[in-house]
Design a protein around this ligand. Sequence first.
Ligand code: KIV
Ligand code: NA
Length: 264
Amino acid sequence: GRRVTIRDLAAAKERGERWPMLTAYDAMTARIFDAAGIPVLLVGDSAAMVVYGHESTLPVTVDDLLPLTAAVVRGSSRALVVADLPFGSYQASPAQALESAGRFMKEAGAHAVKLEGGRRVLPQVEALVSAGVPVMAHLGLTPQSVNTFGGYRVQGRGQAGDELMADAKDLERAGAFSLVLECVPADLAQRVTASLAIPTIGIGAGAATDAQVLVWQDLMGLTPRPARFVKQYADLTGVMDQAVRAFADEVRTGAFPAPEHTYT
Ligand code: KIV
Ligand code: NA
């Protein structure tokens, strides 16, 4: 079969079909999520935290994310792979955004890019779209702006909700093919979703968005203190802790390797 395209996602919204999106940062998890039918995989700059161990998404670079993106593309065959443009790789100018997006598409094989922000990044969105780069937008709690927000907190309450709605409409007009809404009140996400023809993708944005995204380590129970919006569908921390302790014990006692693991 062929890859999912941005036209497929637009058609899903017209049919009123919801879809799931997950982050992925390596070929093995990409293969599992792809085989399970996840139509869109995001190589998030959340890799800064869940792969590289940073405190925020700010330190990660294009060079850090390129090999992860290439691995996710190699590990998948059906999913549309979206590469997050990291902090500092697109804000300066449309030319900088084109340069960074071009690397993700040419060197890693990404099919689309994501960037954060509203009206301040419209020139970047327009330049990318006219160059043939599908753009996923991202509003609400945009983690690259954590220092201007003064922490990770709900965005878009009160008057800020009207601003977010205006940004969303401008991003759609500029050509974005979809919009992530992160940590915003559910009623605002519902109104934005109803006002746009492009699909909205919620994370901590309630049940009304066209799609839902989670960081895979959050959903699998690998994150020590997950946010309220996370549902844990598995306890991989427990599974892995048990397995590694069993391995360590059997090495210490000599029970592993047994004859069946041994060449004669
Ligand atoms: O980097 C990321 O994982 C994201 C998603 C949570 C939307 O931007
Ligand atoms: Na991100």
